[in-house]
Design a protein around this ligand. Sequence first.
Ligand code: MN
Length: 288
Amino acid sequence: MQTPLHNLTQPRAVERLVAGQPTSDGAGVKLTRVLPHTLQQRLDPFLMLDAFGSDQANDYIAGFPDHPHRGFETITYMLEGRVRHRDSAGHEGLLQSGGVQWMTAGRGVIHSELPEQEEGRMEGFQLWLNLPARNKLCEPWYRDIPSSEIPQWEGEGMVVRVIAGEHRGVAGAVQREHTEPLYLDVHLPPGARFEQTLPDSHNAFVYVYRGAVRFDSGCSVPRQRMAILANTPGSDGVRLKAGEEGARLLLIAGRPLGEPIAQYGPFVMNTQAELMQAVRDFQSGRLA
Ligand code: MN
């Protein structure tokens, strides 16, 4: 069954374009911070989006040795490459091209994320999704989702990989009750039109990582730009069109939590006192 396209009556406009900032993290991994700290309130419940992509082993080989997390979820999506993860609870997994690791840090995880390749291309994304206050100290959980288990919608030359949420009747690999995240990887041939319904209250953005797209409002978004979509009351979704080279993009949206955000590095809680507790727990070996 195919849900017809072009059923939006008031697509969202682009509020602003943001260029990612080159930075490095972990033991010296080069990456682009697409969604920085300064946009956490605006894009609540999303806390961070990093993009990485390099053919040069020196840019990624050091990886992310043992480090903690508390209070949120990390979603790592590999376009290409292989990363081995191990955590303090004894879990281990290999994340490979096209696969996703969805990890709920909850009350605490200490883990490593290390490349399992010494040459070739490594490319992908890591998104941080906040947890509601009442779930910040939940039991840690994770799931490795190989590429073959990510649901896809295909048609008209398009491929829409549905990591979370739903697209045209295809339910994603992961659903979340409180933040209702939508996470789509959209591959569009030249000139293709794409639509997705979205509640106007959900915060949403598009990150174009190949080619370029144009919104109905006339706004063009080139490669390596994030477009923050306006939450215009009454708007019912997003509609865009690929440029003449086609496009690949992430569309990410979610229901804002509207709770205070307190961050200290890899800990994201609601108050300074909770952050200090996280640091004490980590230092005394009680985090995980
Ligand atoms: Mn990590």
